[in-house]
Design a protein around this ligand. Sequence first.
Ligand code: AKB
Length: 315
Amino acid sequence: MKETIIILGANGQIGTELAMALRNKFGSQQIITSDIREPQTLGENEIFEPANVLDKVELKSLFLKHKPTQIYLLAAMLSATGEQYPQKAWDLNMNGLLNVLDIAVELDIKKIFWPSSIAVFGPHSPKKNTPQYCVMDPNSIYGISKLAGERLSEYYHNKYGLDIRSIRYPGIISWKTQPGGGTTDYAIHIFFEALRTGKYQCFLSEDTALPMMYMEDAVRATIQLMDAPAENLTIRSSYNLAGVSFTPTEIAKEIKKILPNFEMSYKEGDPRQTIANSWPQSIEDDYARKDWNWELEFDLAAMAKDMINNLKRNG
Ligand code: AKB
């Protein structure tokens, strides 16, 4: 079957790179990118349609026009910005998802990808090797909306047969598009600043370990999950994905191996520290490995090397 894919929230950090990978896989004509903002560039044969996921009428006419076989819903407000605008974060993260799920049921669009996050875990979840199933008491509005979204996804799968698939993304590290408003963003800013000024002041404390993943791995995982046979999938809420866990000290050490003059300092009292403290330090991803043969490629050293090479080449 020929796939037609709509990516909602396609101009963001993950959407930009996922769109490139999906265009390579299915051809540009099959991928419709959409966002409330126009993209900075649009290649020949690439299709973009402006749409707001909170506007159900607009969304439905987009789906009716292109008759997608798959939808990727990436429009969301991340953890740090969410704490500044909790009502807006809840509205976008929940109602955007609800709109897509409802229209998908109405128009019989079966296959949907929607990302969750490590933010679904909270202060009483195990901190190390956090398992798929455990106490979950997120205390950021972002985490609360993602956990509610996971329950909603599983509900729509069970009740309406939607083939919805999801990953609990760790912090995603990339050089092509900058992230916006996340707690894990320091692990990207550090590379840009290391090359630009040779220094970085980190807003998280030196020993704050968090699960992260290089963009190549995150995109590969997402497409691998979407390609997996439905009968192999035992999780319809969202899959844990481990990635690589490190502290600011550890990433700074890795950067210093390549840029020996790099200097790291720390700023105390940033509100993102409170969010980071409530999240796992590392994740266990047995279900992803078993159900769809997930394997990580980039460890911290490989990621740091690739980031710096690409930023130097493109900077
Ligand atoms: C954030 O920091 O908010 C995101 C996430 C871990 O979901 N990168």
